[in-house]
Design a protein around this ligand. Structure first.
Ligand SMILES: Cc1ncc(COP(=O)(O)O)c(C=O)c1O
Length: 442
């Protein structure tokens, strides 16, 4: 197999095996080595790999057309998917704008929000408050509301950075407080941030319902989003939920907002929406917001691939597969089994400081000292050491640093939503072996 490294580049020079085949939760490289995808790629492969139904959908749509420009034609897959998505969403979220990925979905949500205010005599509203840490994408607009220092550093001079408040990260509380005695100081920080920046300047608050890669599956306290929603309503700002990672069953509900009946104004979607089979994303919002934008000249935004018939045909089939196979329910059941198993690993591995998450969006955080929660040395990269050891044992997991990307070590454990409890046990076994391999070496 010819390695393309001289022509192709991504983030680093790290040598990687070449993929040959993938099926279910398993992947095989060109040397015949087998891996379990314990993090669904980048938490995207919700229905697993190699779906025959998706292969047939793609073949059948390819017979009709790969492309029709949205300015010239409607296409049936886009119409169907928009309808199914609206019906599967909270009742007020019934207008869908298609894009091709998560960063585009987030930026489209920001622009829907901004244009609504621009068109309704509230043109001062231009700030999007988000959280530290958080990840909303790496294009320049999405990066402005992301907080993960290594990704921001080279681009500070060209990014419009928006205000941040602390994430509801109880294990590493920014205020050194404990829930519920803290009285949700991190949620009430939104109000102070709005006042500091001038309420008439703030357009929206943007948050992931359950933290993704940057915090490592941080689940907010039960009443967090009701406080947040109340503050948004009080100041007339929108609540934008970034469900790029949490959407499509990942956390044990079709959408993360269902856990707390949070009423978002706009929801950004991607990843599990086409589950890795095609680039696809969407911003979903309300009729009122869309009518206001369309009534005053139209949405000043759009991408060439938006509403692509191939992508939408795949998205429709993926949504059917998720709903017919009750994958959110499976994520909840397998997820609680896997989480219990991770907690059991904590009993035998002193370096696991925290186990967190919901459904099949789970994480472990590694610490040098469990009592004090002291992290390992930042340049020691304990998270990479464990991810590499797991990879060697045939398990892929997703390493990041929870202290704004600068320190701490966590790994996402987020296999496809089709994972059975027996397969979860194999994941736990391989993780146990990897933890044993790095024991004493950090
Ligand atoms: C919560 C969240 N938002 C946005 C994005 C950006 O998505 P993409 O990489 O498809 O641009 C990601 C990607 O990991 C994400 O997890």
């Amino acid at each position: 197999m010819k390695k393309p490294e001289h022509f192709l580049f991504y983030q680093t020079r790290k040598e990687l095996p070449v993929i040959k085949k993938a099926e279910g939760i398993y992947m095989w490289d060109h040397n015949g080595r087998e891996y379990i995808d314990g993090c669904s790629g980048a938490v995207i492969s919700n229905i697993g790999y190699g779906s025959k139904r998706i292969q047939e959908t793609i073949a059948s749509q390819a017979q009709e057309t790969f492309f029709a420009y949205r300015i010239h034609f409607e296409n049936q897959p886009a119409l169907n998917l928009a309808e199914k998505l609206a019906k599967a969403s909270a009742p007020h979220l019934n207008r869908v704008f298609f894009v091709s990925g998560g960063s585009e979905a987030v930026e489209s949500a920001m622009k829907i929000c901004r244009q609504y205010f621009f068109n309704t005599g509230q043109g001062g509203r231009h700030l999007f408050i988000s959280r530290r840490p958080s990840y909303h994408g790496c294009t320049l607009g999405a990066l402005g509301i992301t907080s993960y220092a290594p990704l921001e550093a080279p681009f500070k001079a060209i990014v419009n950075t928006h205000p941040k408040i602390p994430a509801p990260f109880c294990y590493r509380c920014a205020y050194d407080m404990t829930y519920p005695a803290c009285n949700l100081k991190c949620a009430h920080a939104l109000e102070q941030c709005i006042l500091d920046n001038g309420p008439d300047n703030v357009a929206a608050f943007v948050a992931e319902p359950i933290g993704g890669a940057s915090t490592g599956a941080v689940v907010p306290p039960e009443d967090y989003f009701s406080v947040i929603e109340g503050i948004c309503r009080k100041y007339g700002i929108m609540l934008i939920l970034d469900e790029v990672m949490t959407g499509f069953g990942r956390t044990g509900a079709l959408f993360g907002y269902e856990h707390w009946q949070t009423k978002a104004d706009i929801v950004a979607l991607s990843k599990g929406m086409a589950a890795g089979y095609f680039p696809l994303g969407a911003a979903v919002t309300t009729e009122k917001i869309v009518n206001s934008i369309l009534d005053s000249g139209g949405f000043a935004h759009g991408h060439t691939y938006a509403g692509n018939p191939m992508a939408c045909a795949v998205g429709e089939e993926v949504l059917d597969i998720i709903l017919e196979n009750r994958l959110p329910e499976n994520a909840a059941a397998t997820g609680s089994h896997l989480k219990k198993g991770l907690e059991a690993l904590k009993d035998t591995h002193e370096i696991i400081g925290d186990v967190r998450g919901r459904g099949l969006l789970l994480a472990i955080e590694l610490v040098k000292n469990r009592e004090t929660r002291e992290p390992f040395r930042a340049d020691g990269n304990a998270n990479l050491a464990l991810a590499d050891a797991a990879f060697e044992k045939g398990l892929i997991i997703y390493p990041r640093k929870p202290l704004n990307g600068l320190a701490g070590d966590h790994l996402l454990v987020a296999p496809p939503l089709i994972t059975t409890k027996a397969q979860a046990d194999v994941i736990l076994d391989r993780l146990d072996q990897a933890l044993l391999q790095i024991r004493g070496r950090l």
